[in-house]
Ligand binder design. Sequence first.
Ligand code: MG
Length: 461
Amino acid sequence: MYMSTRLFGTTGIRRIYGREFTLDMALDLGKTLGTYLNGNRVVIAYDTRTTGAMIADAFAAGLMSTGVDVVYAGMIPTPTLAFITQNRGFDAGVMVTASHNPPEYTGVKFWRADSMGYTPEEEARLEEIYNAKKFKVAPWNKIGTVGTIEDAVSQHIDALLRICDVERIRSRAFKVIVDPGNGAACVLTPYLLQRLGCSVLSINSQPDGHFPGRRSEPDEESLVDLVNMMRATHADLGVAHDGDSDRVVFITERGEVVRGDRVIALLSQEVLSVKGSGSIVTTVDSSQIVEQTVTAAGGKTIRTPVGDIQVAMKMREENAVFGGEACGVFIFPEFHLAPEPFLAICRVLEMMARTNKRLGELLEQVPVYPLRKTKVNCDNDKKNDVMAILKDRLPKIMSETTNVLTVDGLAVFVREGWVLVRPSGTEPVIRITCEATSEETVERLLQDSKRAVLEAVENKV
Ligand code: MG
């Protein structure tokens, strides 16, 4: 199943506006959700993309035509939409966003009344209705109404502050630099930090769907300006978001862009120090440092396929205490089951305030292991066969295999590292990711696994 044949990807719908996603599709998607829900109230919001308000209007018209009342929450972060959906008792939440994709993309992500994203099963049901085009039609006197929520962001901030040690953070008057990347966090993160007594500096903080400041995906390459600003201003912490702000990436006082899995390890340790035990959920591509830290702190690590919804579903099933993805997703079940980057910021500041250490110092106990990636060309129609061969072969050729996971692609764990082999969902390639405790081992894992994939592709087994 690839993008061309399916409407929904790993997380909702994301497509290029005008070419792959049209206004008519937005209208039909609104009718689809209205037909599926048979409910009476849906909240709708959008991020800073140029297409956001227009797509939301078309979607809302579709919903109303089925008799569903629509409430607009405006331009807000995705987690705020998820929060409002649950907190104000809506039947569903709709976020018009393409997350961290380039500016020409648009898309839609669906949220349930319990703050969790729509599961793949729920999305499949929507897709069936969308394709069948047998929509519910309300008569003229049963058309849905329109309303607005003006204070979604301040409600979200208030709820966050209620579960944080605000006084302790305020007492430290941290200097924090925010880089919302011209995305939805422009309207939230600087104000949250102000309420926490921080001195706030910001860059790329005017909402702008052209994303003039940097690429929407926050990574080492796109955050160069923020890193330079950290060094020039001697700030205590840097935070950066993606376009719809369901992710946060932290930058230490030393100007280091921190991998999300190290922060998951750190926050897991914190949660487990209070709870004593519990499950931590993360995706197959997270560092082994998560297991190492979680095990040492008395907890258990569970791995899922990639995608924040996979983490959320497993967290609910296992009653987990915390979860996240290495790309900067953090989920706190005490708040809700949506990614919650803002609470992650609060928790990091709490730790800094309590320990009197900054993030770089706190992370000294969480080592960075070398990570390497490569890819091998493979026709889409050969991928299943190649993966079947590898499932049998790869664990045998790796020395000292300790564990094999097939929840998403093939993950082989060895004593000093791991290899993840996954067919790309969008390109004719198979991706290989390796991590190990030393450069020498990671290089060996990469070469061995690449050879095995090449052999399987060429069918020389
Ligand atoms: Mg996102």
